[in-house]
Design a protein around this ligand. Sequence first.
Ligand SMILES: Cc1cc2nc3c(=O)[nH]c(=O)nc-3n(C[C@H](O)[C@H](O)[C@H](O)COP(=O)(O)O)c2cc1C
Length: 157
Amino acid sequence: MEFKTDIFKTFDKKWALLTAGDKEKFNTMTISWGGLGTLWNKPVATVYVRTSRYTHEFMDDNEYFTISFYPEQYKKELGVLGSKSGRDIDKMNNSGLSAKALDKSMTFEEAEVTLVCKKLFKQELSVANMPEEIAESLYSGDAPHDMYIGEVVEIIG
Ligand SMILES: Cc1cc2nc3c(=O)[nH]c(=O)nc-3n(C[C@H](O)[C@H](O)[C@H](O)COP(=O)(O)O)c2cc1C
């Protein structure tokens, strides 16, 4: 399996969708923070999800999640998926993207690349352990982020 990318720009500039669940019940949200690397001799992807996100529940309830990347033309759709919550609207059926069921998780037909990840680790990003200016600018009044690390078990696309 091969995934050619500029590791630093892929998340930040391209955005991605983080999706968890199955075709009966799933949720997705836009992410731009994340990383790809190695842990415990496995290829891994790391994402950061505020505990207030609806997607957070799906990350906790499912063993697998996907990270999918899209061509520029879908930026508007990703903008909506990154500003509306699946708690408030039927985001999955009104996103403008076509959901695609995989063996272990979900992605969308329009994705250029989908990383299928098996959850390995989760931990809260403790505000006490981060620089003060970050804590103040990003966490005063906002829910903390949980970090999820998943083994990349399949690359589709
Ligand atoms: C470009 C962009 C990047 C985002 N990155 C993250 C992220 O890395 N982590 C996070 O928790 N929320 C991130 N968000 C916010 C969520 O996508 C947004 O709150 C979304 O509406 C949550 O949906 P949900 O409640 O259905 O899970 C981002 C939003 C945008 C537009």
